[in-house]
Design a protein around this ligand. Structure first.
Ligand SMILES: [Zn+2]
Ligand SMILES: [Zn+2]
Length: 345
């Protein structure tokens, strides 16, 4: 498999982002990304600019809805209208275009200091038919940590400090869907806007695009290398997201490029998103590009832990497996990698 890294939640000046498409492309290129997916609110004005420039692939989706129930729609051609109070209709409209729909920042924590305590949660959990959940959203988590002036100042200067990992409640929800047999894809993104913030006499641009593109990214595994052809590569990247052949990582402290999580027997290897017929000699192998603490989850429960760079887990039985990796950095374990699942049937 061939690994490509991208960011799939980005706003430009076509909605409330502070950078132009061309600036966003440059920032992403400088951050070493292979692809970006621009997801402006309520429009796809950037769609005519889809394609490669300087080796970076830009795709265009959108973000739908206003006060709550924010929904990311990828791989669509037509703008989907807001229907904040009836998100099922939004989900159905994206499915009609055979797009990929992702529940964005499902859970937010109110900041007492910013946005008058507003949150943009997903509130209607009766919905069906969506493809993914954004388990980790940079801007959303950053906002949730700003409880006073001093924290605002601290996290403006050290935004990485606010990244405490996907919220347990969101991960529980993700695991519950999986246990019910619904193959929801775990996604993550920057929600890059780089908005301005006035703090007393000072004016800051918070969570810059360069920082955004070096933190919560998607790493996709493709069956072929990218070809340089827009249509071919767009399909491969969207298929990898659809098939859950991808993981979410905070690449700020150490880039997770080169990570792998597989199940194998003597002859065959299976990756994230794949189904494995159960047999007796199945093993789980995890390789982290740097020393890390790896937690193997089975059906949403912690099943085993390991520390190091190469991690081997035996005794794999039927169930749904996923991995979390924590990176030790400055005397603290930092949430680093959150994978999609492998299913043993
Ligand atoms: Zn949103
Ligand atoms: Zn957004």
């Amino acid at each position: 498999m061939f690994e490509y890294t991208g960011n799939m939640h980005i706003h430009s000046r076509y909605s409330d982002g502070s950078a132009t498409i061309s600036q966003i492309r440059n920032y992403a290129k400088q951050a070493g990304l292979d692809f970006i997916i621009v997801t402006d609110h309520f429009n796809m004005k950037a769609a005519s600019q889809e394609g490669y420039k300087d080796g970076l692939l830009m795709l265009v989706g959108m973000e739908i809805n206003e006060a709550h129930n924010h929904y990311l729609a990828l791989d669509i051609d037509q703008v989907v209208k807001n229907n904040t109070e009836h998100p099922q209709e939004v989900i159905d409209a994206v499915n009609q275009q055979e797009g990929i729909g992702i529940i964005a920042h499902p859970l937010e924590y109110a900041s007492n200091f910013l946005n008058e305590g507003n949150v943009y949660n997903w509130v209607d959990w009766s919905v069906e038919g969506f493809q993914g959940i954004e388990i980790w959203n940079l801007l959303s988590q950053w906002k949730g940590s700003i409880s006073n002036f001093y924290k605002a100042l601290y996290y403006i200067l050290n935004p990485q400090g606010a990244l405490i990992g996907p919220y347990p409640q969101t991960m529980r929800r993700f695991d519950d869907y999986q246990r019910q047999g619904k193959r929801i894809v775990a996604c993550g993104g920057a929600d890059a806007h780089a908005p301005g913030l006035r703090l007393g006499p000072f004016y800051f641009k918070i969570i810059s695009y360069p920082f955004s593109f070096r933190s919560i990214n998607m790493h996709t595994l493709l069956p072929q290398p990218l070809s340089g052809n827009l249509a071919t590569d767009k399909k491969m990247i969207y298929d990898a997201l659809r098939n859950a052949s991808c993981w979410v990582a905070n690449d700020y402290f150490k880039n997770s490029r080169g990570f792998s999580f597989t199940l194998c027997d003597d002859r065959q290897i299976w990756n994230m998103g794949e189904d494995v017929p159960w047999q007796e000699n199945l093993q789980c192998k995890v390789s982290t590009p740097y020393r890390a603490r790896v937690k193997l989850y089975k059906n949403g429960e912690l099943a085993a832990e390991s520390e190091g760079r190469e991690h081997l887990f035996q005794g794999i039985t039927r169930g749904i497996y996923r991995v979390e990796a924590y990176l030790r950095y400055r005397c603290k374990y930092r949430p680093w990698i959150f994978t999609n699942s492998i299913w043993v049937n």
